[in-house]
Design a binder for this molecule. Structure first.
Ligand code: GSH
Length: 211
């Protein structure tokens, strides 16, 4: 199987997680930002992640990919309902998380941004969604205060049970995005969670390029 992704993309992290967790071999492919033609030929629109199955057919939608790959080999990892408190936390925190992460993503070292036109296309896409990215960067101190408050709330919500489950496909990619932000204080439980799930799912954190 071949998984088409962007390295920075949290939805792609979801899809990569299931391969790592199940130790299922796959080929990781990168689509360049700005490449409309490749994904459109595969699934009719510009989107990642896209899974190419063994039979050559293409599947978009991160959670569909997770459930499909999960179904190929026991034991199931993503067969329980999503924890509603953590899901609510993700909804309330993702605004501030991506206000911090997105301007840094546009300047990051990611394979999909390896050419100048690709980086330019990405910047334009994100400016459409987030407005002036330099202005967002200038808001960093206030955004860090807000996100650290959310992280403190999350400290009390993480379950004692450390088995990876469906909820982690929602939560982990958001936290992994946040690791591109320098100088954030994580509580001990969130810190343990980040490193444990990253190791289990074989996903890199972005700490090395945090800024
Ligand atoms: N519902 C989709 C959302 C995927 C998504 O929004 N991916 C972003 C990348 S982070 C994307 O492809 N955006 C369109 C683009 O590249 O122009 C999923 O869960 O897979």
């Amino acid at each position: 199987m071949k998984l088409f992704t962007y390295e920075h993309c949290p939805f792609c992290v979801r899809a990569r997680m299931i391969f790592g967790l199940k130790n299922t071999p796959f080929e990781l492919a990168i689509i360049m930002e700005g490449d409309v033609e490749t994904p459109t030929r595969m699934v009719g629109r510009k989107v990642v992640p896209i899974l190419q199955k063994e039979d050559g057919s293409f599947m978009p939608e991160s959670m569909d990919i997770v459930h499909y790959v999960d179904s190929l080999k026991a034991p199931q990892v993503a067969d329980q309902p999503v924890d509603s408190a953590i899901e609510a936390w993700c909804k309330s925190a993702s605004g501030v998380v991506f206000k911090l992460a997105v301007p840094r993503f546009t300047e990051g070292e990611f394979a999909e941004l390896a050419t100048q036109p690709a980086r330019q296309a990405f910047r334009q896409r994100e400016e459409k969604a987030f407005g002036d990215l330099s202005a967002l960067l200038a808001e960093t101190p206030a955004l860090i205060r807000d996100v650290e408050q959310k992280l403190a709330e999350l400290e009390t919500l993480l379950p004692a049970d450390k088995t990876v489950s469906t909820t982690d496909f929602i939560l982990f990619p958001i936290l992994r995005s946040l690791t591109i932000v320098k100088g954030l204080h994580y509580g001990p439980r969130v810190n343990e969670y980040l490193h444990r799930v990253a190791a289990a799912a074989q996903i890199d954190l972005l700490t090395a390029q945090a800024r």
